[in-house]
Design a protein around this ligand. Structure first.
Ligand SMILES: *[C@@H]1O[C@H](CO)[C@@H](O)[C@H](O)[C@H]1NC(C)=O
Ligand SMILES: *[C@@H]1O[C@H](CO)[C@@H](O)[C@H](O)[C@H]1NC(C)=O
Ligand SMILES: *[C@@H]1O[C@H](CO)[C@@H](O)[C@H](O)[C@H]1NC(C)=O
Ligand SMILES: *[C@@H]1O[C@H](CO)[C@@H](O)[C@H](O)[C@H]1NC(C)=O
Ligand SMILES: *[C@@H]1O[C@H](CO)[C@@H](O)[C@H](O)[C@H]1NC(C)=O
Ligand SMILES: *[C@@H]1O[C@H](CO)[C@@H](O)[C@H](O)[C@H]1NC(C)=O
Ligand SMILES: *[C@@H]1O[C@H](CO)[C@@H](O)[C@H](O)[C@H]1NC(C)=O
Length: 496
């Protein structure tokens, strides 16, 4: 196959002397292959057998089924597919900026690229920061292929075939472009591509059923070529203006290797190496590194609330999925109830929202979202705060649970974004035992490194399944990218 592709690429180079013919041939070539290869009618499923956690199936149905869906259903299918991880990468390491322009590359030993790899980027000029960081770690060469009007799949494939190095391919594409890329995706298994990063742009005003069908067909082609998703990003820079819980751009990261599929179980051995390192040198870099290493595999990572600051990532896998009657505690609202509203809407949870800093008293925000003007503290206390000219009341988690009559209930999600107060309240929550009945914990750490607390969370059974670096407070340190703010999501492995 690879040989045939080289021949056909060569064939086109010769013809390429005449640009018009060249373009014509390529369009015919792309169209024939995309239409014949992508429109395979069979369903493809990714089935996860995750021990006693049961079976989860996230697939792309046949064309026939897709054709009967409406636009919204197609969008939801697409969204659900790209936000469901298919293999476990413990270290999706950020290279380049924490904001738009940086990318994650799986740096797990089993999936990492070899030294001297090639990074091909199509329709995206990689930044100097990204380039210097991958050079420092992998000695990769960078090939920015740009985007020319006549530059299509066949030309891109020709260039990738021409390099003998293991490569990472980065494609910035519009969902319009998938019909051309399908052929490339079907042939990826014959190319020396180790990782693939797709930055998929689409805009709701451009949506058509045809485009979604092409996009889903192309994703199906990738799955058939054994490219599996290990990470995705909802690019907040492109969040929808009309609906802040949606993004117009997902970046989806794949590992392309047959061996990657369903082999994650052997990787699920959370290492404590970093904890030991932290004992010796507890600096912010090591703590940030610790937060960015995933310790357990959650496949369905779902954003609740806004794409930008205010929303939170939770795990929707069977074992950890909020169960009715479900209970959510949300500390730190800052006038943004989008997370709380989403938990009410998607799971029907009873949500208790707390914030002492908002100039508003106890009230019901909606049917199931109850607001209390108190803060989470390490003890009962009242503090006069000059900036707001008011007295803030604090209570411990244990007291709050007791006063609300939730002593015997499981707390499905506890969210804490309390601007540094986590430093005092977390140890108290563990000491009092109140944290034991919490199933998922979403925490924003603010330049905070109380190593004893981090270790204790681990001992309590809390494992990191997702982490998000605050893009607005980057920490660039010796050719590596970190952040001063880390939003970390944990599941409690001692609860089921
Ligand atoms: C890095 O790659 C270049 C070729 O691109 C090679 O000449 C050089 O020796 C490599 N350096 C290391 C440290 O591997
Ligand atoms: C290049 O990327 C832009 C998004 O920034 C997209 O609109 C365009 O369609 C892409 N071009 C191609 C040929 O993929
Ligand atoms: C959670 O998973 C279940 C089962 O796959 C699915 O029906 C539900 O829509 C998911 N919820 C969200 C918010 O994705
Ligand atoms: C808030 O809702 C609860 C029941 O969900 C109800 O008992 C309580 O009276 C309501 N509070 C206010 C201030 O309406
Ligand atoms: C602070 O609030 C009190 C009443 O609660 C009021 O008398 C006082 O003028 C306020 N001070 C300022 C600086 O706004
Ligand atoms: C945790 O929940 C269980 C019931 O699910 C209950 O028996 C136990 O008392 C609770 N523990 C705490 C500390 O609230
Ligand atoms: C960072 O990378 C540059 C070149 O890419 C190299 O010269 C420098 O030594 C690296 N610094 C560290 C701390 O690794």
């Amino acid at each position: 196959m690879r040989f045939i592709n080289k021949i056909s690429a060569l064939f086109m180079t010769v013809i390429g002397l005449n640009m018009c013919v060249y373009i014509g041939i390529i369009i015919i070539y792309d169209t024939i292959f995309s239409n014949t290869r992508c429109k395979i009618q069979t369903e493809i499923n990714t089935v996860f057998h995750n021990g006693d956690q049961g079976k989860e199936i996230i697939g792309i149905p046949s064309e026939e089924i897709l054709r009967n869906l409406n636009l919204e259903q197609l969008y939801l299918w697409y969204q659900r597919y790209v936000t469901t991880l298919q293999t476990f990468c413990a270290l999706p390491k950020r290279f380049g900026s924490t904001a738009y322009g940086g990318f994650r590359i799986c740096a797990d030993e089993k999936f990492a690229v070899e030294l001297g790899c090639a990074i091909h980027s199509y329709n995206f000029t990689l930044s100097a920061l990204f380039e210097s960081q991958v050079k420092a770690k992998y000695n990769c060469t960078i090939q920015n292929h740009g985007y020319l009007p006549y530059f299509t799949t066949a030309e891109l494939m020709k260039r990738i075939y021409a390099s003998d190095h293991q490569s990472i391919l980065i494609l910035r594409i519009d969902h319009n472009d998938f019909v051309y890329l399908c052929y490339l995706f079907y042939n990826i298994r014959n190319m020396n591509i180790r990782q693939l990063i797709l930055e998929i742009h689409y805009h709701r005003r451009d949506e058509t059923k045809e485009r979604y069908m092409n996009l889903l067909a192309a994703l199906r082609a990738l799955r058939r070529s054994d490219c599996v998703i290990y990470w995705y990003e909802r690019n907040w820079e492109f969040h929808s203006r009309t609906d802040p819980t949606r993004t117009n751009c997902f970046t989806v990261n794949f590992i392309c290797s047959a061996k990657a599929v369903l082999k994650y179980r052997s990787l699920l051995d959370p290492t404590n190496v970093l904890i030991d390192q932290m004992d010796k040198a507890s600096n912010e870099k090591i703590v940030s590194k610790y937060f960015n290493r995933h310790q357990t595999f959650c496949k369905q990572v779902r954003r609740m609330g806004k794409i930008i600051d205010g929303g939170w990532d939770i795990c929707n896998d069977t074992q950890y999925r909020p169960k009715t009657p479900c209970l959510v505690y949300s500390f730190g609202i800052n006038d943004d109830f989008s997370f709380d509203e989403a938990m009410e809407k998607y799971y029907g949870c009873d949500v208790y929202s707390f914030d002492p800093s908002m100039n508003i008293g106890n009230h019901n925000h909606s049917k199931n979202v109850h607001f209390y003007q108190i803060g989470l503290g390490d003890k009962e206390k009242e503090i006069f705060v000059e900036q707001t000219n008011s007295t803030w009341k604090f209570k411990t988690l244990k007291t709050i649970i007791k006063e609300l009559g939730h002593t015997n209930r499981r707390i499905d999600i506890l969210k804490m974004d309390i601007e540094g107060d986590e430093k005092e309240s977390l140890p108290q929550m563990m000491a009092s035992g109140a944290l034991r009945n919490v199933s998922q914990l979403c925490l924003e750490f603010h330049s905070f490194y109380e190593i004893a607390t981090i270790k204790k969370l681990y001992q309590f059974g809390f494992r990191i399944f997702w982490s998000h670096q605050n893009p607005l407070s980057p920490l660039y340190f010796q050719n590596e990218t970190f952040s001063h703010g880390n939003e970390v999501s944990f599941v409690n492995t001692n609860i089921s």
